[in-house]
Design a protein around this ligand. Structure first.
Ligand SMILES: Nc1ncnc2c1ncn2[C@@H]1O[C@H](COP(=O)(O)OP(=O)(O)O)[C@@H](O)[C@H]1O
Ligand SMILES: [Mg+2]
Length: 213
């Protein structure tokens, strides 16, 4: 059965597209059929895949779709095991639907006050979306991104998010030149030798656990 992972945040630049692309590559490398649906008019992740010569990303299907009806139709027909939905930084109302149809909503969050406020916003919007779509059963989980390697900021912020009643990934993505360059070079970091690759593998494994539950 197809599993839908939605990458959502009201903020731009928190890492939705970077995590969407690397998650797609992770699941493809783990023998799944994978599609990325980019709902963002900027088409960051769609273009990333279309322009990529990364052998993993070349096997990930991608579509730029922004209407609810077309997304619903695509998901009802697809043979993909995993659909990664990349959203724009502005969670306008019609996109509530992308929260409601998800099995897992990943909310990337940098260690900043504004991003923490954004988390609460997605949580609230998800609750509204779920009440409109009674069949929805998504887990909404924060994922820390842009952590300075070696700092303990992750543990402080994780505690704060947990205290605010939201789930947080145990794994996080550090601030890294590899992630920045992978965007410029249109590749995933899955087969890189550095830390980012290891972090993405751990994040992907944790996503699998969330999807099983
Ligand atoms: N962990 C990270 N380390 C370094 N650069 C990052 C990291 N995460 C994201 N970036 C960079 O930040 C910018 C915004 O990331 P992006 O994934 O496009 O965010 P969003 O889709 O939420 O707007 C991109 O240039 C990306 O390469
Ligand atoms: Mg984006």
């Amino acid at each position: 059965m197809t599993k839908v992972i939605t990458f959502a945040s009201p903020k731009g630049g928190v890492g939705k597209s970077s995590l969407c692309i690397n998650t797609a590559a992770y699941f493809f490398a783990a023998s799944n059929l994978v599609t990325v649906i980019d709902t963002d008019p900027q088409m960051s992740s769609h273009d990333w895949i279309v322009e990529s010569d990364d052998p993993l990303l070349q096997k990930v299907k991608t579509f730029h779709i922004s209407s609810e009806e077309e997304i619903a139709h695509f998901i009802s027909e697809t043979d993909s095991d995993i659909v990664c939905l990349d959203m724009e930084g502005n969670l306008y109302n019609s996109m509530r639907f992308c929260l409601a149809i998800a099995d897992l909503v990943v909310v990337p969050c940098r260690p900043s006050r504004d991003d923490l406020v954004g988390l609460a916003w997605v949580k609230k919007l998800s609750e509204a979306a779920f009440s409109e779509h009674p069949d929805s059963n998504a887990r909404v989980v924060a994922l820390m991104n842009g952590i300075e390697p070696g700092s303990d900021v992750f543990f402080h912020i994780k505690q704060q998010i947990t205290n605010d009643g939201m789930e947080v990934f145990n794994n996080f993505l550090s601030q890294s030149i590899e992630i920045a360059e992978s965007n410029i070079n249109r590749v995933s970091v899955i087969n890189f030798l550095g830390e980012s690759s290891k972090e993405i593998l751990k994040i992907g494994q944790e996503m699998e656990l969330f999807l099983e539950r």
